[in-house]
Design a protein around this ligand. Sequence first.
Ligand SMILES: Cc1ncc(COP(=O)(O)O)c(C=O)c1O
Length: 400
Amino acid sequence: MRVSKSPHKTAAPRPRVAPHIAALPKSGIRDFFELVNAMEDVISLGIGEPDFVTPWKIREATIYSLQRGFTHYTSNLGDPKLRLAVCKYFARRFGGSYDPKTECIITVGVSEGLDIAARAVISPGDEVLYHEPCYVSYAPTVRMAHGVPIAVVTHAEHDFVLQVEDLEKAVTSKTKVLMLNYPNNPTGAGMTAEDKQKIAEFAVKHDLLVFSDEIYDELSYIPRSPSIATLPGMRDRTIVFNGFSKAFAMTGYRIGYAVGPHDLIDAMMKVHQYSMLCAPGPSQFGAIEALTNADGERETMHDEYEQRRNVIVKRFNGLGLHCFKPRGAFYVFPDIRSTGMTSMAFATSLLKEQRVAVIPGTAFGECGEGFVRCSYATSMADIETAMERIGKFLRKRGLP
Ligand SMILES: Cc1ncc(COP(=O)(O)O)c(C=O)c1O
């Protein structure tokens, strides 16, 4: 019997998920929190968001905008009043001068800002230097834009400040962008004016664009220096990202901004316009209030974090776990190598035995091995209890 061949060729199976997305790891922090959420009576030093509620006057301004019926799309770039407020605030607090009409875009948090900037400037195969340990989204953001993230390790002996010698080893003719985040999540590292100067010279020398994520800059505990964008040769090559999540305790508002040269902001605008349209309107009204009328509230939160930082650093060092004094943000990154445990073993045993949640340093890059991230965006009472429990955990093992 003759079997007639089907006229339709069976197509070779194609992956349903794009390979570059399938290859992305899920965030290590989320995995760990699955474990934490399943337990009771846990004190969490794992959280990366303020424990403060958004100041009332900001919430009130948001509610008032809703009452007045401001519930529509805003301009793609963001409400002009907010862009004006951002540029004035930026000049006042960070030193750079930007045109609200052409050099500023309101984004759905710094998260969206980084994503649209990456998509706007990276071509397939472009290399992007970033420092590790770092915020979990950096390498995935670059990969999602078809770029190649190149990690440059920072070291405890330099208090996790990026060194030009290490950057020089990693830069190639394909490098297009350098991503920076100081003050830093997860280490609390911060850059002095001299540190910024050295990095700026490196960027100019290699003709790199710089993405400077300054979301923790208002939470600095060393004298603040102007943004890296203000240094010679930097304005035209730097996009600065900032937002409201951390300094104003507005994580759920999902609002941030980017300022930079017109051509780059304009390119980001195209991606934003087609993917996001605009940032949430009510959040934009809250953000205007934050920038124009909430310095006092921001300073009160800053001072409270600073006090907590001083306590937690002292307590870790007192327990024999070396902890450098962070220059900013709300994280400490104690060195747990003296326990002989891996970061993951330390974090899981501490959680199971003493019900204290800390994040293994490896969630922020392999070079985070030997460290854990502890957030002090939690009450002083919880910090004290957590430290007592960590003390018990160590004593049980004959440490220090
Ligand atoms: C360094 C850094 N950048 C960006 C973000 C995200 O900020 P946003 O809430 O503005 O999207 C975070 C959040 O933890 C962060 O730590």
